[in-house]
Ligand binder design. Structure first.
Ligand SMILES: [Mn+2]
Length: 245
């Protein structure tokens, strides 16, 4: 029997260390709901419970946030690496690893894209401006509801199809001081900024595993490519939920 229920998609929460509250920007929730899915916000479960958490959801959003430790990608400590939340890192790295092993649809956003790459064996620049020749400042203070630079999308990529086969470049927001350095073996680059910084990655062997360096949840109303991205992510999650139901 056809299963027409909307897929349930898990969104990894951030953590406010001052108030000890799990927090989630409502834009993530609104973007997922607008695309036709049910969003649930994930607190940091115990490691023993991760498979039960993944059993509840058909897709996973790895959200933006502060940095994770350089030791996770074998780089030297850097003073610009800030805001580390060990509870989040422990949970999210394990969760992403398990979700990848299940070939669950994953949308990694900003930190989430970088985390996907590191979990799969790649590295990032601890502070892009130090190491990447002629990089723009991708965190120049422009708020997320405004565009900051263009991205060029690979027209052969899943991302290009997921974004609705738009023109191959469009403007995005930007709030990151780190960037992909060495790509994980199973990933390919699907978009770059004009300075060459990697702006999106995907795992071609997986049903829908995409990471974007920008924040599409702030642009899904104004930018049709971002709206399509969420719709096609939800579609992939829906197919995944039918497979396991
Ligand atoms: Mn950027």
């Amino acid at each position: 029997m056809a299963n027409n229920r909307p897929p349930v998609i898990g969104i990894v929460s951030d953590f406010d260390v001052e108030t000890e509250n799990y927090v989630c920007d409502k834009q993530y929730v609104r973007a997922i709901e607008n695309a036709g899915a049910v969003a649930i916000i994930l607190p940091y479960a115990e490691a023993d419970d991760l498979s039960e958490v993944l059993n509840l959801i058909s897709g996973l959003v790895l959200t933006g946030g502060k940095d994770f430790p350089t030791e996770l990608y074998d780089a030297a400590p850097h003073p610009a690496v800030q805001g580390i939340i060990p509870e989040r890192d422990n949970f999210e790295f394990e969760l992403a690893h398990s979700a990848l092993n299940r070939s669950m649809p994953i949308l990694g956003i900003c930190r989430g894209m970088q985390l996907l790459n590191v979990v799969a064996g790649g590295t990032i620049y601890p502070h892009t401006l130090d190491e990447f020749a002629n990089a723009l400042d991708h965190r120049d203070g422009t708020p997320l509801d405004q565009t900051a630079h263009e991205v060029q999308i690979e027209r052969s990529s899943l991302l290009w199809r997921a974004c609705g086969e738009q023109p191959s470049s469009f403007p995005v927001n930007s709030m990151h001081h780190q960037a992909i350095k060495q790509l994980a073996p199973e990933f390919v680059v699907s978009a770059r900024a004009d300075d060459g910084v990697v702006e999106a990655i995907e795992a071609p062997g997986r049903p829908f595993v995409i990471g974007v360096q920008w924040h599409p949840e702030w642009m899904y109303v104004s930018e049709s490519a971002c709206r399509h991205l969420f719709k096609n992510f939800v579609r992939a999650c829906s197919l995944n939920s039918r497979k396991v139901a």
